[in-house]
Write a protein that binds this ligand. Structure first.
Ligand code: GTP
Ligand code: MG
Length: 192
């Protein structure tokens, strides 16, 4: 969190985290397309020729004001492919809120768990944990065949009972609700 009292500005950093191909970039691209033109900066996508995220995706957004302060949000995604571990750690640095985008495909159950463990370890490495980082889960790809039951995703990935949302990011379903929820979680956290 960056607080600039001279400019009456609060900056918050939100990271979309999750296994490879779970739909993190799709979430950010959809949000960027729909948010009002005059309040967003360019979407920066650093990806490979096959559109896998290489470093991160990013765009800044003016959320509006709270009291005397204006709130600026920086949205990031991490690269999900396992060998980009160090990049994920770097992107998580200074995070204020996390959206964990899980893939509902049955063959990705293990990948979801590994990604969550990787995230916990990276937070731990900085003396942080999910207890003190506001976060929400997105059960994405609800449209796939034999999607894993949300009851199971909740039990395995969300034992802490954080807010969670079903989504089909490729058609925008659930994307805005997820974003709205994480921003609210972060602002509630600041206020307490
Ligand atoms: N069926 C289905 N496909 C989706 C959904 N959301 C995203 N996809 C597709 O899944 C693929 C991967 O999406 P990305 O957004 O690039 O995934 P990512 O999590 O950014 O992947 P990495 O950058 O490699 O970590 C793309 O072909 C998307 O169109 C969804 O809800 N349902
Ligand atoms: Mg990506």
């Amino acid at each position: 969190m960056r607080i600039n009292s001279r400019r009456n500005e609060i900056g918050i950093k939100i990271v979309y985290y999750g296994p490879g191909l779970s739909g993190k970039t799709t979430n950010l691209a959809w949000l960027h397309q729909r948010l009002p033109q005059d309040r967003k900066g360019d979407l920066i996508q650093l990806d490979t020729e096959t559109e896998r995220t290489l470093f991160f995706d990013y765009f800044p957004y003016d959320l509006g004001s709270a009291g005397d302060y204006t709130i600026k949000v920086d949205f990031f995604t991490v690269p999900g492919q396992s060998f980009y571990h160090e990049t994920r750690r770097a992107v998580l640095d200074g995070v204020d809120g996390i959206v964990f985008v899980a893939d509902s495909s049955p063959e990705r159950e293990h990948a979801n768990e590994l990604a969550r463990l990787d995230m916990l370890r990276s937070l731990e490495g900085r003396g942080r944990s999910l207890d003190d980082v506001p976060h929400v889960y997105q059960w994405n790809k609800r449209d796939v065949r034999q999607a894993v039951a949300t009851r199971i995703l909740e039990r395995v990935l969300n034992p802490e009972g954080a807010p969670s949302f079903e989504a089909v990011a490729s058609s925008g379903e659930g994307v805005f609700e997820t974003q709205d929820a994480i921003v609210r979680e972060v602002l509630d956290h600041v206020a307490t």
